[in-house]
Design a protein around this ligand. Sequence first.
Ligand SMILES: Cc1cc2nc3c(=O)[nH]c(=O)nc-3n(C[C@H](O)[C@H](O)[C@H](O)COP(=O)(O)OP(=O)(O)OC[C@H]3O[C@@H](n4cnc5c(N)ncnc54)[C@H](O)[C@@H]3O)c2cc1C
Length: 408
Amino acid sequence: MVDRVVIVGSGQAGFQVAASLRQDGFEGEIAIVGDEPGLPYQRPPLSKAYLKEGVEDRLIFRNRDFFEKNNIELMDAVTVTAIDRAARQVALSIGITLDYDHLVLATGARNRRLPIPGVELANVLELRNLDHARLLRTKLEGGRSLAVIGGGFIGLEVAATARAFGLEVTVIEATSRLMSRVVSPPVSNYFLAIHRDMGVDVRLDSMARAILDDGSGHAAGVELHDGARIGADLVLVSAGVLPNVEIAEAAGLYVHDGVRVDDRMLTEDPAISAIGDCASFPFGQDGTVVRLESVQNAVDQAKCVSLRLVGRPEAYRKVPWFWSDQGPYKLQIAGLTQGADHHEIIEQDGKLSVQCYRREELLGVETVNAAGEHMAARRLLALPEPLRLETAAHAGFDLTALSKAARG
Ligand SMILES: Cc1cc2nc3c(=O)[nH]c(=O)nc-3n(C[C@H](O)[C@H](O)[C@H](O)COP(=O)(O)OP(=O)(O)OC[C@H]3O[C@@H](n4cnc5c(N)ncnc54)[C@H](O)[C@@H]3O)c2cc1C
């Protein structure tokens, strides 16, 4: 019987578990312990609307009343330092312990630090939380040039915004294409052209070797492995994240690129779940273990845990989806498209859609400025049987029509 749920982390996943538990009728105690100060807030706008407009009020999920009315105890600016699994207790940085019947680890991820000289210089920036975003915004407003190390979603979103602010922008990407971890080559190429059109200097196959010092402890640019030097008065390091797993690992839980959970988001300890950016879980029919970093993943896994805790367990089988806004271009991805061996590319009326197949089965669809196609893809990917290339070809690769037909 679960009477007291303690949630570690007050980000997207942590907030959602608490909110869903109340929605699902849980009447026990709920405490959220989060090391960031203030009310839980969403991160996606930090590299998008917030960076452009600087409006903080829109970031929070709910105001303080919500927590009071729903009897959710929010302990902000407090870190969980250790888990005592035998005693079912967590130790807090403020010198007390909390008992739990069920513990939810929603500790998220932190930015990877680059092991290169100069990362400690002033004006070397990162973006994961609101403090980072405030600083980045101020610096962009007064900056002349920005070098972004890492051509992933966040680096490219910031690059587009910085161009809109009038800065000279260079993106330094170690691999041969942009967003290579998450999108197909056709979409990488499409965004390469978009960024170059916006005036971003994109350097592919380029490794940052050092951040240069202007002689006064401030960044002056980036030196690449081939000796080339890129001048910039601001440097953003956006080279991926590492899951926050230390307290789980110290408590003896199995950790391998995230806290390992089963298809119900449970660790090997039946009193501990893990969700969101910090958790790795079995995905798809072959059970490949993945760790995803997205709002959808955090929210749906939180809902899955909530349902289990109120006695309505179900396996986690949601279709992953992502988005990224880069200038006026909205990239949306349904499914996981890595490992595709065939791409169907449809480009018309300013919209792009790339259907990604592996062994003739639809893995996912990447779209640009094509919300209808994205929604159709999500519906098709949720069907029990994967869509076959042959069937899609027969329908002229029209996913919207196929999705309507599937719904009858
Ligand atoms: C700038 C930016 C833009 C993004 N844009 C998008 C987007 O467009 N679309 C999308 O789908 N996703 C986007 N994401 C990713 C998305 O925000 C994350 O996947 C999501 O926030 C994950 O939720 P989470 O709760 O697992 O982790 P987080 O939101 O990171 O929350 C984890 C929290 O736990 C805290 N914590 C960690 N350890 C402890 C501890 N021991 N004790 C107490 N607290 C602890 C952390 O400080 C943090 O506050 C973006 C992320 C960033 C940073």
